[in-house]
Design a protein around this ligand. Structure first.
Ligand SMILES: [Zn+2]
Length: 481
């Protein structure tokens, strides 16, 4: 990626639509803000127009933050409030119109991506964010990935903080959105007898001077939010909770009027720092992540290889089969490819066997080369029978971007026993019992290739396939930033 590339970040707000060219660093290179529309077709046309203005040959991808529930896996909009884009294939339409990958997330999720990358939670990986505005939005990040659950986890405005509270549009009662949002601040003020022009700053001043009525409003507004924050801390154990949105700062200041409470769930609360730009920055960064395949294994650019390596009779084939079954990753075995040739070709000697081995080795990587991006393969082979340089050549040819290795070993006498046992069942062309002393010598000096993480496995001990598969999934997971 050259330094000129950028992603187009779009933020669909209640009143305004924002779009920006965002650099890989998160820097805004160019920005455009325009009044939005409540009409979905009109809003979608305006969004396309904005993207067209930001577009250029160096645009790598498009990210859009949408208010409402969004299926974080598919980008489908499930519901909305002020503007409801559900039922419109925004992702498909934008991808077709601009020929770029499109990332769609809930708007608070996009803001959290930005705050975690370069804002209030810079460098942190486990963060919860709530945006306090007319309603309350939310997003959860674990290990630097937004949490989606089945489809749209992170609807933090609908954490119940009062089972007999106000009815909420979601169907529950006493959601934190009905108690601690901007709209509920209005309600608390009206109930306390303040006129409708009263601002948060006015009540803040009165509460600071000890006015009991103002203090009561602060308490009614702030306490449910504190309960929600503690509940989130209990559920996710984040490093920090960020409060953003137009009233994020006010909501944090209101917390100071609550009586001190120490619990297991004390957690640092920070104010978002990127303001109105958080949405476009996060959308741009999420678009970059999508383009570089960092949003998940299924969209990873390049392919992944789990080498199950070890000398002959090291027990690698049974392990490779078990891992393939456990993970669902297809298994390619060198012998699986080579054996049919040994069966049909006559008089294959040891050097012929080696040539077939070399061709079968290449065949494995030709199959991977033809496979779709993001695919993962388990490859069962004694990789040491060819030089490292050839393996690297094959890996490049197949566009494999991640490698992990299971190194299978057993004591030389065990290998010798296993090899002798099965030599009677081998097809012609395989070296026979005379190979045993050579194998013993080979086993003494053989070792893994270490092109990626290596897990050392003693195949004479019982195997915990679950644990090995989990290790492999982690070892081959997309890199964290
Ligand atoms: Zn609700």
């Amino acid at each position: 990626m050259t330094s000129e590339t950028f992603a187009i970040g779009v933020d669909i707000g209640g009143t305004n639509l924002r779009a920006a060219r965002v650099a890989p660093s998160g820097e805004i290179l160019q920005k455009e803000v325009t009044p939005g529309s409540r009409d979905p077709s009109r809003a979608l046309a305006l969004i396309e127009e904005l993207i067209r203005k930001m577009n250029g040959t160096s645009a790598v991808a498009i990210g859009v933050g949408v208010p409402g529930r969004v299926n974080g896996w598919s980008g489908e909009v499930l519901s909305g409030g002020y503007l409801d884009l559900s039922g419109h294939d925004m992702k498909g339409n934008l991808a077709r119109a601009f020929g770029r990958p499109v990332a769609i997330e809930n708007d608070c999720g996009m803001a959290l991506v930005a705050e975690a990358r370069l804002g209030a939670a810079q460098g942190l990986s486990d963060v919860v964010m709530m945006t306090i505005g007319t309603g309350i939005g939310g997003a959860v990040m674990q290990s630097r990935q937004l949490v989606h659950g089945k489809q749209c986890a992170g609807q933090l405005g609908h954490l119940v903080v009062s089972v007999d509270g106000q009815p909420c549009r979601c169907g529950q009662r006493g959601c934190v959105e009905t108690e601690s949002s901007g709209s509920s601040l209005r309600r608390h003020l009206a109930e306390a007898g303040y006129d409708q022009n009263t601002m948060f700053e006015d009540v803040l001043r009165l509460a600071t001077s000890g006015d009991r009525n103002a203090l009561a409003v602060m308490h009614s507004w702030a306490a449910p939010l504190r309960a929600a924050i503690r509940t989130l801390s209990a559920a996710f154990d984040p490093e920090v909770v960020i409060l953003g949105g137009g009233l994020g700062d006010a909501a944090a200041r209101a917390q100071a009027f609550l009586p001190t409470l120490h619990s297991w769930y004390d957690v640092e609360v920070r104010i978002a720092v990127l303001g109105d730009d958080a949405g476009v920055i996060g959308s741009g960064l999420a678009a970059f992540d999508l383009a570089s395949g960092q949003r998940g294994p299924s969209s990873e650019v390049g392919k992944r290889l789990l080498m199950v390596n070890g000398v002959p009779a090291s027990g690698k084939s049974s392990l490779a089969r078990a891992i393939s079954v456990e993970t669902g990753w297809p298994l390619l075995g060198l012998d699986t490819i080579k054996t049919p040739f040994l069966e049909v070709l006559e008089n294959v000697d040891r050097s012929g066997n080696r040539l077939l081995g070399k061709a079968s080795y290449k065949a494995i990587f030709s199959i991977i080369e033809e496979s779709p991006e993001g695919a993962t393969f388990v490859v069962d082979a004694w990789f040491g029978f060819q030089p490292l340089a050839l393996l690297e050549e094959h890996i490049n040819m197949a566009r494999i971007t991640r490698v992990a290795e299971l190194w299978c070993r057993a004591p030389p006498e065990v290998l010798a026993g296993r090899y002798a046992d099965r030599s009677s069942r081998r097809v012609a062309g395989h070296p026979g019992l005379s190979y045993v002393p050579e194998l013993v010598e080979l086993a003494k000096r053989a070792g893994p290739f270490r092109l990626g993480p290596v897990l050392d496995i003693d195949t004479t001990a019982p195997q915990d396939i679950d644990a090995v598969a989990s290790w492999a999934r982690r070892a081959l997971a997309p890199a964290k930033r």
